[in-house]
Design a protein around this ligand. Structure first.
Ligand code: MG
Ligand code: MG
Length: 266
């Protein structure tokens, strides 16, 4: 609070889009490799190499002491899971969050992957969380308020019996990864900071299959659900526009890879 909200020029927004697209292409590389038996450290190495080969710098690594390029949060981990040597297991879900810094601007996006075959409950949680993201983005228009975004996300998630995490929120994006304003995934219509054309926001619902309560693991990073239920996380970097928000990051490359993998298996 108190930090002033920055509006970016069209030229600056174009640079955020380039960084965000590199995030989307990096997550598509992750999509190609992720599966049962793969370690999250292998995914992290792949992502860092890909980002640096394409002229970017990992956006998280070194920030607030973050040791990795990706934050990978499996099952009951909500966000901020650190990559490690434990292989991913069939039936898990894994949120992969990635940031890129390029040309002085950040991009930030996250996608939750199914590891092999997952339960119907997990599929529903992922679908509803992605719907929450779309509903939040639809509110990111000039003249609305931050509370309109949060309300749309909260209403949809709670309508499905899910918990909306309160402790972690979306944020402005620009020359810093985390700019004002905070963008909570809960809120009241017509409340909070007024949205203006040129504001760039990371909208990132973190939705728990059970209650909204979370705690931090002793590693000082990983946030997990208190009830041990799975949690999902999808994130786009979005520019506020008049009439319709402009999504700067993309899941298109990720979903192309996932479709291709599925058709090979079937
Ligand atoms: Mg992120
Ligand atoms: Mg973010």
């Amino acid at each position: 609070m108190g930090k002033s909200v920055i509006c970016l020029s069209d030229e600056e927004i174009a640079l955020v889009r380039e960084s965000s697209l590199l995030v989307g292409r990096t997550l598509a590389e992750v999509a190609g490799m992720i599966g049962p038996g793969v370690t999250t450290r292998e995914l992290d190495t792949l992502a860092e190499t890909f980002i640096r080969d394409h002229g970017g710098v990992p956006g998280f690594k070194g920030l607030y002491g973050c040791p990795s390029t990706l934050l990978i949060s499996v099952d009951d981990a909500v966000v901020h899971g650190l990559p490690g040597d434990k292989p991913l297991e069939e039936g898990s879900i894994a949120s992969v969050d990635c940031g890129v810094l390029m040309n002085e601007f950040y991009g930030d996006s996250a996608y939750t992957f199914m590891i092999g075959e997952v339960s119907e409950q997990a599929k529903r949680l992922l679908r509803v969380t992605q719907e929450c993201l779309a509903l939040g983005i639809a509110q990111a228009i000039d003249g609305n308020r931050v509370g309109d975004i949060g309300h749309a996300i909260q209403y949809h998630a709670e309508g499905h019996g899910y918990g909306v995490v309160r402790e972690l929120v979306g944020h402005g994006v620009g020359r810093k990864l985390h700019e004002a304003p905070e963008v909570p995934n809960y809120g009241r219509r017509g409340q909070g900071v007024r949205l203006k054309t040129g504001m760039v926001l990371a909208i990132e619902p973190m939705i728990n299959g059970g209650s909204k309560e979370v705690r931090q693991e002793p590693d000082g990073w990983t946030i997990v659900t208190r009830d041990g239920k799975q949690s999902a996380h999808f994130e786009h970097t979005v520019a506020v526009r008049d009439g319709k928000a402009e999504v700067l990051s993309t899941f298109e490359h990720i979903e192309n890879v996932l479709r291709a993998k599925k058709s090979i298996l079937n």
